[in-house]
Design a protein around this ligand. Structure first.
Ligand code: ACO
Length: 330
């Protein structure tokens, strides 16, 4: 059977570091509150003119992944970018990355699935490989959340950060690679996390947050309660689909939203935290970029070897959620 194999990973984050102490000067918060409620200590924020907008970060992460893979941009058949913060509404970030890479024959498009954008993009590219319409694919998660953050809203601005991660997939017939990706969505809960413009109806639950155009609005408490069972259930289903148990998992790489969500999911799944990779203390929640950044850092830290089972799990606006089971191939 043909499946997509990960043969390269890369990531990048902006130079500018915004610590919890820095945030104490911007909104009514404390390092102690942020650390205790989220696990986040600092995050990276893009600066204009520094090559740190969404597509530029996407290109940087992609170049590192391509370099590791040994595949040249001209040999890419597809570029899929998961993002909710494109440089502009159109063209897609993927087309801008394609231009910057010189990946002339690749079909390029974005996927919008909240923080689950990377796993949705991975699934699309992997399915194209499985069905034979694509041999080499670049899958990117890239976000500049700072551009849509309400910096007066302490309930959200302390959570978010910017960055990008990428993987290169190539078709293989070995028994490793992306074994499967399981995705779910529930639009009934769209109003737990969304961006509002002037025409968007502001839900009653959030009517205390000042209605600024395009700013991110979130009911964090209700999201938290939805996230934990959704993440745990889909992760267990994905493992069971392959006859795997939690003991087979070398590393679980969850979406990096909040350490308490991650701990609660691990506890439900009876997976010890030393098998769960986290880097949210450094970057906060980078939405679609969080899993590919974490995957790249985990691999470069030597935590993954060929044949290891890696479980990627995500949850985000939409609502959207998903899990991928990967048998590591580099
Ligand atoms: N500093 C200090 N106090 C704060 C801050 C802050 N930054 N933010 C909120 N508070 C206050 C609130 O006003 C509230 O005060 P009150 O009790 O006087 O009303 C109190 O802290 C508790 O607020 P809660 O919202 O109940 O706190 P909670 O424990 O739920 O933590 C948090 C909030 C961190 C947002 C949590 O709900 C969370 O992480 N939710 C999930 C968010 C998330 O994961 N979002 C993304 C998932 S999807 C995706 O990634 C796109």
């Amino acid at each position: 059977m043909t499946r997509g194999r990960i043969v390269g990973t890369g990531s990048t984050t902006p130079m500018r570091v915004l610590t919890n102490k820095d945030l104490e000067k911007i909104v009514d918060t404390t390092d102690e509150w942020i650390t205790r409620r989220t696990g986040i200590k600092e995050r990276r924020i893009s600066s204009d003119g520094q090559g740190e907008n969404t597509s530029e970060m996407g290109t940087k992460a992609s170049l590192k992944a391509l370099d590791m893979s040994g595949i040249s941009p001209e040999d890419l058949d597809m570029i899929v970018v998961g993002t909710v913060t494109p440089d502009c509404q159109f063209p897609s970030v993927a087309c801008l990355v394609q231009k910057d890479l010189g990946a002339g024959k690749a079909v390029a498009f974005d996927v919008s699935a909240g923080c689950s954008g990377f796993l949705y993009a991975l699934s699309v590219a992997d399915n194209a490989i499985v069905t034979g319409s694509c041999r080499n694919a670049l899958v990117v998660g890239a976000e500049r959340l700072s551009a849509i953050t309400n910096w007066d809203d302490r309930t959200t601005c302390v959570l978010l950060g910017d960055g990008s991660g990428a993987v290169v997939l190539t078709a293989g017939t070995e028994d490793d690679g992306i074994l499967s990706t399981h995705l779910q969505s529930d639009g009934n809960f769209w109003n737990l996390l969304y961006t509002a413009d002037a025409t968007c109806k502001i839900p009653e639950i959030l009517d205390t947050v000042e209605g600024k155009p395009f700013y991110l609005k979130m009911d964090g408490n209700r999201l938290f309660k939805k996230a934990v069972p959704c993440l745990a259930n889909i992760a267990v289903s994905a493992l069971e689909h392959h006859g795997l148990s939690r003991d087979d998992v070398k590393l679980m790489i969850p979406h990096q939203a909040n350490i308490r969500i991650i701990q609660a999911v691990a506890e439900r799944m009876l997976i010890p935290m030393d098998k769960v990779y986290t880097n949210l203390h450094k970057y906060g929640n980078t939405s679609s970029a969080s899993i590919p950044i974490a995957l790249d850092e985990a691999y470069r830290e030597g935590l993954l070897e060929p044949g290891d089972y890696v479980l990627l799990v995500t949850f985000g606006a939409g609502l959207t959620w998903g899990a991928s089971v990967v048998k590591w191939s580099i």
